[in-house]
Design a protein around this ligand. Structure first.
Ligand code: ADP
Length: 254
């Protein structure tokens, strides 16, 4: 199938003083895919994403997002992307409806807050403040807010860290729904099961370089073709299956 490229990163380098955190990486993200950036802490994932998001200066290299050159049209890029805020970005005394109205005003985009909250199973929390939400609800809300400016691409940085298995699976479904509605998703995660479930393709980054890039399926097949075998016999279920079987799949933090 012919794929349309929405992000191009070419020979991207980022130096912090003498230290080179990103060492000339190149990759493309296709329109409407879920693309994962995986790698150990310190590999250069956040640096790379923040450069694409126009939040950090690059040292050299070339980035285009939906045809806009990062050097020439960063404001055009800002308008078509959605980035998750850190929790500190949410005014503590505003409730979720008020926060959505605030963002909607900033972006100059009218939004039906009730509708948006319902999409993310937060309709009961319309009058709650961000700090009163559970971890899963906070993550759902922060993903909901990335959609307010109707972006073509959203960037999710470790969206399920710290969540219970039910909340994690619920978030996976929501991310798939966002993609099904036409948005491209770029995600970082330390959970390989999550990457395997969600990502169409993922890049594995190590010490500032991309050391593999493919679909999870192909990456696994290549490893197996090289003679890799798991030490332990694979069982038909894992402990997470046990947990979900015993405690159910419904969300607990409503
Ligand atoms: P990751 O997101 O993969 O954990 P980062 O992009 O955050 O990696 O960091 C890559 C490397 O760059 C790390 O060694 C980190 O310590 C370093 N680094 C990140 N930000 C800065 C900064 N502002 N100044 C100096 N070094 C930094």
């Amino acid at each position: 199938m012919e794929r349309h490229t929405i992000i191009t990163v070419k020979d991207l380098v980022k130096q912090y003083g003498d230290f080179t955190a990103v060492k000339g990486i190149s990759f493309e993200v296709y329109e409407n895919e879920i693309f994962g950036l995986l790698g150990p802490n310190g590999a250069g994932k956040s640096t790379t994403l923040e450069i694409i998001e126009t939040l950090r200066e690059k040292t050299s290299g070339h980035v285009t997002v939906d045809g806009f050159d990062l050097d020439k049209a960063p404001d055009n890029i800002k308008k078509i992307i959605g980035v998750q805020l850190q929790s500190a970005g949410y005014y503590p005394n505003l409730n979720l409806t008020e926060l959505i109205a605030l963002f909607s005003g900033l972006y100059n985009r009218p939004v039906d807050a009730k509708d948006l909250l319902a999409r993310f199973n937060l309709e009961d929390k319309a009058r709650a403040k961000f700090k009163e939400l559970s971890g899963g609800q906070k993550q759902r809300f922060s993903i909901a807010t990335t959609l307010i400016n109707r972006p073509k691409i959203i960037f999710l940085d470790e969206p399920t860290t710290g969540l219970d298995p039910q909340a994690r699976r619920n978030l996976w479904e929501l991310i798939q729904q966002v993609r099904a509605q036409g948005t491209t998703v770029v995600i970082t995660t330390h959970y390989m099961d999550e990457a395997e479930f969600l990502c169409d393709r993922c890049a594995i980054v190590d010490k500032g370089e991309i050391i593999a890039l493919d679909s999870p399926d192909v990456l696994i097949d290549k490893l197996v073709a090289g003679g890799f075998e798991r030490k332990k016999e694979v069982k038909k279920a894992n402990l997470e299956d046990v947990f979900l079987h015993l405690t159910g799949r419904e969300l607990r933090d409503q």
